[in-house]
Design a protein around this ligand. Structure first.
Ligand code: ADP
Ligand code: MG
Length: 212
């Protein structure tokens, strides 16, 4: 198992995430119809389809070019809250990755952390607000912890994917305090957060892309 990832692996990640949100589009929409406006599946599928088209048409040779291109496409092609949030995640990842052709575990960890921080700067979500933060923060923490324990990139990514799925599941009983679902107050409890569900797909796609 190589201990770096290059733009080919990042490209594979973006493709796998596009495939996942496309396959699970109806489910994401169903989750958003319970506590939002039933567009999360459409938003993610549209945004990621556009992002894949953009990177496939380009010839990014560095991690920052590739990640920024995904981020800018999401910001410009998705109208909902998720477009600017996921867009910021990829843009900040790109800014932190810099003009490197490859990232090692620590490099990917810093980029993921910067992506998460960007989402917080933009959406001000905190733990337990029932947003995609509740899947992403545990995932980024688990990634760091696995590396700290001597794990390689693949182990760190697997551990992040598992943590994102647990974080997604833990959103069910929560009352939403951010975004559209917060308008429902107590009635938002009892449903998974759609953004946390798509974030779990994002981290599973990363683990699969790294595993090859
Ligand atoms: P919209 O809410 O505009 O219809 P989407 O349905 O595509 O957009 O995305 C909804 C998801 O966005 C929510 O499930 C939640 O995870 C996430 N979200 C909304 N507001 C915030 C926020 N302020 N911070 C983090 N995530 C948020
Ligand atoms: Mg919505």
């Amino acid at each position: 198992m190589p201990d770096t990832i290059d733009t080919a692996v990042l490209t594979d990640w973006v493709h796998r995430f596009r495939d996942a949100v496309t396959d699970k589009r109806e489910w994401l929409t169903e989750l958003d119809s319970a506590i939002g406006d039933a567009d999360h599946g459409a938003n993610m599928a549209r945004g990621m389809t556009a992002a894949v088209a953009k990177i496939d048409a380009g010839s990014a040779s560095t991690c920052d070019e590739l990640l920024k291109s995904v981020g800018m496409t999401l910001v410009s092609s998705v109208g909902g809250a998720s477009g600017p949030l996921y867009g910021t995640f990829f843009l900040r990842m790109g800014m932190t990755a810099g003009a490197a052709a490859e990232l090692d575990g620590a490099g990917l960890a810093s980029a993921l952390r910067a992506g998460l921080d960007g989402i917080v700067a933009r959406g001000k979500a905190e733990a337990g607000d029932k947003t995609l933060f509740d899947a992403m923060a545990p995932a980024v923490d688990a990634f760091d912890a696995a590396l700290g324990d001597g794990g390689d990139l693949a182990e760190a990514a697997l551990s992040a994917a598992d943590a994102a799925e647990s974080g997604r599941d833990a959103t069910a009983p929560l009352v939403a305090r951010k975004g559209r679902a917060s308008y429902l107050g107590e009635r938002s409890a009892g449903h998974l957060d759609p953004g946390a569900a798509s974030t779990a797909l994002l981290f599973r796609a990363l683990a699969d892309a790294i595993a090859g």
